[in-house]
Design a protein around this ligand. Structure first.
Ligand SMILES: [Zn+2]
Length: 313
């Protein structure tokens, strides 16, 4: 009962806040992962039949077989169609028959409407399908993100793992538990030895979890661990954003940073630190040269622990 009242209060505060804010301030209220850069598009060939397209809001990996393309993620609704045309052209295909959503965020699901209408198989974690089936309000100040149409939603979901054949390639995917959201999938191309991390590893800056839809910093650290376990020394790792293809060593180095910060923030929360106390302690100061200003990441990560660690949770 207490939770119901407090949730309603939050929603009402959100409505009042939205009315008071000008459009110009709405963007700054959104977490960084909700505003990834789009364009210019660029592409990198990962193997004869495998292509990485960057700059579409989130990275897209396209793989070709005799029937057409399998895509891992679709960029934003604005940039996705252009990225799809580029993938079709560069890989010599006419259409895409399969789309895998690594998670529900709009930087990755921008092709769901178009490909869903064409009858594509859309694979995702069941929680991703649920988030895409409802309106989501990420911050009290932001307008709700509208649900996708029924045809655009994932139509082949898993709670755990799955795989699909693509020519002589095996494409496997699996759940990263509650990490960046509560519906994150990795995707692995076995023959090409390419691992797609989805939102759990940002690739540009800090991997901020979306705690509103079930992500949190300790889960993000655990997600890194699962991903590292899927790599060997030759694996090429494709992150959520950016043009840089990384390897197991870089993934392990970043995992150590996130796990260290998860520990530090958990200890600070248990000591009763307020967010300002936590920021004043500068737990990420040694890492900012590598990953950039950590203020937003730390703030969101600290919040992500509240529903998990607070005494009345
Ligand atoms: Zn995301």
């Amino acid at each position: 009962m207490k939770q119901t009242v407090s949730r309603r209060s939050v929603l009402q505060a959100g409505l009042a806040g939205a009315a008071a804010l000008s459009l110009g301030t709405l963007g700054s209220a959104l977490p960084r992962w909700a505003g990834a850069a789009t364009r210019p598009l660029s592409s990198q060939r990962l193997s004869d039949n495998l292509l990485l397209i960057s700059g579409a809001g989130g990275n897209i990996v396209a793989a070709r077989d005799a029937r057409g393309l399998l895509l891992v993620d679709g960029g934003t609704a604005a940039a996705g169609p252009e990225a799809l045309q580029r993938a079709l052209r560069e890989l010599g295909a006419r259409s895409a028959h399969t789309l895998i959503n690594t998670h529900w965020h709009g930087e990755h699901t921008g092709l769901n409407e178009a490909l869903g209408r064409q009858g594509a198989r859309i694979i995702a974690h069941e929680n991703t399908r649920l988030w895409l089936s409802t309106d989501v309000r990420l911050t009290p100040d932001a307008a709700p993100i509208k649900r996708l149409s029924a045809k655009a939603r994932p139509n082949d979901t898993t709670y755990t793992t799955g795989s699909t054949a693509l020519g002589d390639e095996t494409v496997s995917y699996g759940y990263l538990s509650q990490a960046h959201t509560d519906g994150d999938l990795y995707v692995k191309f076995a023959k090409a030895n390419v691992l797609v991390t989805g939102g759990v590893v940002a690739g540009q800056g800090w991997p901020t979890a979306d705690w509103v839809t079930g992500g949190w910093i300790s889960g993000t650290a655990a997600g890194y661990k699962t991903l590292v376990g899927l790599c060997d020394a030759q694996t090429r790792v494709i992150t959520a954003n950016g043009t840089q293809v990384i390897g197991k060593a870089e993934l392990e180095a970043e995992m150590a940073i996130i796990a260290n910060l998860a520990d530090q923030l958990t200890r600070m929360l248990r000591k009763g630190y307020a967010p300002a106390d936590m920021l004043a302690a500068a737990p990420a100061k040694d890492y900012e040269a590598k990953l950039g200003d950590a203020t937003q990441f730390l703030t969101e990560s600290f919040k992500s622990l509240w529903p998990r660690m607070a005494p009345d949770a």
